[in-house]
Design a protein around this ligand. Structure first.
Ligand SMILES: [Zn+2]
Ligand SMILES: [Zn+2]
Length: 109
């Protein structure tokens, strides 16, 4: 696929720059975003969305279950996971999610 400079009509040369392919016009010394790359990034975005949706459904199944009493319904089993909530130097917070009522709470150690 050959693209032409919209200003002078010269053939644009593909050049790799900052991990992206750009189209370069020698005559105008200008870089242009290729149309192909834009389409390509759109594809990546839609794929990412799918992964996030799938991840939400799958994530709960893969969480480990521990024996802990739910403060809301009294159920004795809950999923648990760790999450970095504040700075990287802070210890991660442990979250629990009741297997019965879905109530989520955090543990302060
Ligand atoms: Zn040009
Ligand atoms: Zn519960």
């Amino acid at each position: 696929m050959v693209e032409f400079c919209p200003k002078c009509g010269n053939v644009l040369v593909p050049i790799k720059r900052k991990e992206k392919i750009w189209l370069y016009c020698k005559h105008c010394n200008k870089y242009y975003k290729p149309k192909k790359a834009v389409k390509f990034s759109e594809k990546i975005n839609s794929k990412k969305k799918e992964v996030v949706v799938m991840g939400k459904e799958e994530a709960l199944k893969e969480l480990p279950i521990t024996k802990i009493t739910c403060p809301k319904c009294g159920n004795d089993k809950a999923y648990w996971w760790m999450q970095q909530t504040r700075g990287a130097d802070e210890p991660p917070t442990i979250f629990y999610k009741c297997t019965k009522c879905g109530y989520t709470w955090r543990s302060y150690s």
